[in-house]
Design a binder for this molecule. Structure first.
Ligand code: ZN
Length: 477
């Protein structure tokens, strides 16, 4: 009874908050054009991009001027959330419109940390229908250009693609990606679905010098900082193994405050570098293929010591869960949307745009058809490494966010409007109980979902090449 009362209070509260922050419409600069034939779709993923980098600047230099201009002429979902905070479960949710708790493609590695035993990892089961398969069944050409080792064809991620080019980062960086994809697009006849996945903001942070030189150098780096920067993954793996309780003490020292700022500078320079090349790709698509929906999204963000750590995967705070989602195309009016949405909404939205069949099993909604007002948004993580034992879930409803840490049996409630960096948990047990009930209810729905998978059905033993590709981006310790 108490939960029911609290829920109705929450409903009223969020209705009120929803009205307060009604959708803001920018000037409609997009003429609605009518093209013959089905539209093309290009899905551009920029891995590890924090949502707060669009519109931000460093030393007076904008970090993402190209994507900012693109967003201002598009539907810009400014409160989009990844359903998981690292690549594999997040991307599988995007590709299937299923919560991670349904598909359970959760682990990048399954092994004892620091051990040489066989390394296994989750792959997408054959039984799941993906975004690419849906386009392929509708007669689309389907092509992918992919840099993330967690999205290797080894993990069945090429399902539905007639061409799936996998070039693990940093073998390809943004300049090469844009060049290769632009060359393909110059010759390609529609309708096509093309997926391009850039990795540059992901560690290791090694931007080209000319991008680093756009910004002021961080003064006062110590000899130790420089040494750690040269051996970044020695630092990172040691740091994480200690954090996860695998090691009692750390072998490596920490970065100084200046060293941490240097990492933020390197990250920002990578972001600016990616922005230039992605903007160039978008300009080429708009010129050569005007009948195209362009979707720009990030699979998760990156923590830069807001909550004591760096990287992504172990937590569900906004620096890793809040992502960009921008959609531009023939019938899309420019507007900024400030209601929480999720990556599981992308597939139903694209299906509506391209008039593809809609599946009852999807858990997301068409973002242009449905009332976004009051819908809870769910995020979770087990981290990429099963041996950590991490399991956290979060729900965002209006400006409230509740995080449950099952490993440590704790709950944190935040007011994202007053405390967007999630530094001051609120002490409101009634609200915690009401939001927790929403998480419990969604977990029950996920368990009884017709496609619910236990997750180990497609666990693979990895070959040396895949292990090395994963190790190069920090997924094998
Ligand atoms: Zn990622």
């Amino acid at each position: 009874m108490r939960i029911a009362v609290t829920l109705s209070f929450l409903f009223l509260l969020t209705m009120f908050l929803g009205c307060q922050q009604a959708e803001q419409y920018a000037a409609d600069t997009t003429e609605t054009e009518i093209f013959p034939g089905p539209p093309n779709v290009v899905l551009i993923v920029l891995d590890t991009l924090r949502a707060d980098r669009i519109g931000a600047s460093r030393d007076g230099v904008p970090l993402m001027p190209g994507l900012e201009a693109f967003a201002n002429n598009a539907a810009y979902f400014r409160r989009a959330y990844a359903n998981a905070t690292w690549t594999k479960p997040s991307m599988v949710s995007l590709f299937t419109s299923l919560y991670p708790g349904v598909h359970n493609v959760q682990y990048g590695t399954v092994h004892s940390l620091g051990d040489d035993e066989a390394v296994r990892a989750d792959a997408i089961p054959d039984t799941f229908e993906t975004m690419a398969e849906l386009f392929q069944q509708a007669g689309y050409r389907t092509l992918a250009f992919q840099e993330n080792a967690n999205m290797s064809p080894v993990f069945n991620m090429d399902k539905g693609f007639e061409r799936y080019e996998f070039h693990p980062y940093p073998e390809w960086t943004a300049d090469r990606m844009t060049e290769e994809v632009s060359n393909v697009l110059a010759e390609l006849e529609g309708p096509f679905f093309l997926y391009a996945h850039y990795m540059d903001p992901h560690a290791p942070y090694e931007p080209p010098d000319e991008y680093l030189e756009l910004f002021e150098e961080v003064p006062g780096l110590t000899v130790q900082d420089r040494d750690l920067l040269d051996r970044y993954y020695d630092f990172y793996n040691d740091f994480l193994m200690h954090r996860f309780g695998i090691k009692d003490s750390r072998d490596e020292p920490d970065f100084s405050e200046q060293g941490k700022e240097k990492i933020r500078l390197l990250y920002d320079a990578e972001v600016r570098y990616a922005d230039d090349h992605i903007t160039s790709l978008i300009a080429g698509i708009q010129e050569r293929h005007p009948n195209t929906y362009i979707v720009f999204v990030s699979d998760h963000g990156e923590e830069l010591w807001e909550h004591g750590s760096i990287g992504h995967g172990p937590t569900v705070y906004d620096e890793v869960a809040h992502v960009d989602l921008i959609i531009q195309g023939p019938s899309v009016s420019a507007k900024a949307v400030d209601h929480p949405v999720m990556l599981i909404d992308v597939l139903p939205t694209l299906a509506a745009m391209a008039e593809l069949p809609v599946r009852e099993e999807w858990q997301g909604i068409d973002l242009f058809a449905d009332d976004l007002l009051e819908r809870p948004v769910f995020i979770e993580t087990h981290s990429s490494i099963q041996a950590t034992g991490i399991f956290k879930q979060a729900v965002v409803l209006g400006d409230r966010k509740l995080i449950i840490d099952y490993q440590h049996d704790t709950a944190e409630l935040y007011d994202l409007a007053a405390d967007p960096r999630e530094q001051n948990p609120l002490d409101r047990p009634d609200e915690v109980a009401a939001l927790r009930a929403l998480i419990d209810e969604q977990n029950e729905l996920n368990r009884s979902h017709p496609l619910h998978s236990e997750g180990d059905a497609r666990q693979l033993e990895l070959d040396d090449e895949t292990i090395e590709a994963l190790r190069a981006v920090g997924y094998v310790m």
